[in-house]
Design a protein around this ligand. Structure first.
Ligand SMILES: [Zn+2]
Length: 203
């Protein structure tokens, strides 16, 4: 069995979606002056590898603490889409899994440590395909599933249908294929999103 960490590090100055609050971690108790180390962390809920529940874009939608656990753990497929700028329904043909993770050229963007606006996103046909195929969870390897400007419709199609969205995956070290996903967002009560530790297990 091999386990691949597919979440990004959380650190001050890491790339965040423009307009979202950045992360700020600071040590408030430090050894040896204090007898132990403790930090204060202040962050937006959509930082790094994170999960979007319906309430993120849908009034009255359920919150991150209510996401069904079978959306966050189970058989998953990593689909390799290296050569495209936008994911359409036709790119998803044959992706036969309740949990689909898209490995695009986005994964290489993590190398720079900066935010890039020209990331690969899902178009509306892809979002509808996922809803029509009753996919539980869609993941992508950058900070939004939708286009940099105009990504709202894609979020609304997916989240409105109860598809869980994982954003900010790091799939650089993972080959396309079948895995078991474990994606563990913080259980923020009534949260509109939460950072997550995510890993893929290959038997
Ligand atoms: Zn998000």
């Amino acid at each position: 069995m091999k386990i691949f960490d597919v979440s990004v590090d959380l650190y001050n100055g890491m790339p965040a979606f423009p307009g979202d609050p950045p992360i700020d971690i600071k040590r408030v108790l430090s050894m040896p002056q204090d007898s132990f180390n403790v930090s204060l962390m202040c962050t937006g809920t959509h930082i790094g590898t994170h999960v979007d529940p319906p309430i993120h874009f849908v009034a009255g939608g359920y919150t991150v603490d209510k996401i069904p656990l079978d959306h966050l753990y189970g058989p998953a497929v990593v689909v390799g889409l290296p050569g495209i700028d936008a994911v359409s329904a036709r790119d998803l043909q044959g992706a036969d899994s309740d949990i689909i993770l898209l490995k695009t050229k986005n994964s290489a963007l993590w190398d720079s440590g900066k935010f890039h606006e020209d990331y690969v996103y899902l178009d509306e046909s892809a979002a509808r395909w996922l809803v029509d195929h009753k996919v539980k969870t869609i993941g992508i390897d950058y900070l939004s599933i939708g286009k940099f400007e105009g990504g709202e419709a894609v979020h609304k199609i997916l989240l409105g249908a109860g598809v869980t969205v994982i954003e900010g995956l790091d799939l650089r070290k993972v080959e396309p294929g079948k895995y078991t996903l474990a994606c563990l967002p913080l259980k923020i009560k009534d949260g509109d999103g939460a950072p997550a530790r995510a890993f893929l297990i290959k038997d």
